[in-house]
Design a protein around this ligand. Structure first.
Ligand code: PHE
Length: 355
């Protein structure tokens, strides 16, 4: 075999060996087998010293050509192995960024507003748009704000209308014991003492009564007090604001009826009932089978109450109402038991708001 043939055959075995290699280490091995100091090509070239000048002229460039080709082939092979390795790694470490169903469920589960909060915010917005202020007051209050100032003196039988949680604080002055407010009417007094007529405000909040619970009674519930004081206010003003509010809440005209009602802090006093929205008036546990629900005691503010709030009843008058917020929530969402509202049961809560 001539040297030229040897070179050619070395190149062709090199090519077929290279083709089968899959790791960079093997390729580098092959490289040193052929191009290294003791590699096949180098060995062939070493024997050049025994060749004639003509042979050298022929073989020299050929040998260089083969060396260059081998080097290029090796570089190509190394690059393609590297690429293949990267691709296998990518395939192995593939991250699936789409959510599984269970993760989706968790991701979609976030808190939401309690139906009470939803209604309260809605009513606040309605009244704010009609120019009312929104006031707040303490849960623990005194006999004065809860009863005395509201025209319910100590011996008044009306105190029995609202079973009260009393505090056993001996230090408090006689006639001014602490209690958990039984209604938001406490804020009528606080509101009047703080401002000059004309004014109108609402005051939503929690109230407490020592009562037996049933489908329509809770010991802890929500009311929303409203009061408007000015000159020449009449029952017509009261009815207008009430109807307007109910219409906005229920998004339709709701049937209402007024009955005379007694509350020491209003004169005349009324009970505003609405047609039961749970059973459409047919009779259910919420309306106690009568088809109507007491929603809103109201009336014209009693002169004694105006006086207790520092307002001259000769000059000003006004109306007040105490909306049962929980009843309204029940009506709006068709809830048949008030106890669900405080249950904290997610099966109930998650039906509302933004869960
Ligand atoms: N505070 C009364 C109650 O809780 C409701 C009420 C408020 C009545 C305002 C008339 C006027 O029973």
């Amino acid at each position: 075999m001539t040297m030229l043939e040897k070179l050619e055959s070395a190149y062709s075995t090199f090519c077929s060996e290279l083709e089968n290699l899959t790791t960079q280490a093997d390729v580098l091995n092959l490289k040193s087998n052929y191009l290294g100091k003791k590699g096949q090509v180098s060995e062939i070239l070493k024997s050049l010293k025994d060749a004639t000048p003509e042979q050298r002229k022929e073989i020299g460039p050929k040998a260089n050509e083969i060396k260059t080709k081998m080097t290029a082939d090796i570089a190509d092979k190394l690059a393609s192995i590297e690429l293949a390795e990267i691709n296998t790694k990518l395939a192995q470490n593939k991250i699936d960024i789409s959510l599984t169903d269970s993760v989706k469920e968790k991701a979609n589960f976030h808190g939401g507003f309690h139906p009470r909060t939803l209604i309260r915010q809605e009513i606040e917005d309605i009244f704010l748009s009609m120019g009312f202020e929104v006031l707040d007051g303490p849960h623990i209050d005194t006999e004065f704000y809860n009863f005395e100032a509201l025209n319910i003196p100590g011996d008044h039988p009306a105190r029995d209308m609202q079973d009260t949680f009393w505090f056993k604080d001996e230090k408090s002055e006689e006639g001014n014991k602490h209690l958990l407010r039984t209604h938001t009417s406490t804020i009528q007094i606080r509101g009047m003492l703080d401002r000059k007529p004309p004014f109108k405000f609402i005051a939503p909040g929690t109230v407490f009564r020592c009562e037996r619970t049933d489908a329509s009674h809770e010991m802890v519930f929500q009311q929303l007090e409203g009061m408007m004081v000015g000159k020449d206010i009449s029952v017509a003003n009261l009815i207008y604001f009430m109807k307007q509010t109910l219409k906005e809440i229920f998004k339709r005209d709701v049937e209402v009826r007024l009955r005379p009602g007694f509350f020491p802090f209003v004169e005349p006093g009324f009970e505003l009932d609405i047609k039961c929205q749970v059973c459409s008036g047919k009779g259910c546990s919420v309306c106690k089978k009568v088809g109507w629900v007491e929603l809103l005691p109201c009336g014209m503010v009693h002169p004694n109450v105006l006086r207790a709030g520092g307002i001259d009843p000769e000059e000003y008058n006004g109306f007040a109402f105490g909306l049962g917020l929980d009843r309204l929530v029940m009506m709006k969402y068709g809830i048949d038991d008030i106890r669900h509202l405080q249950s904290g049961d997610l099966r109930f809560n998650s039906q509302f708001g933004d869960y």
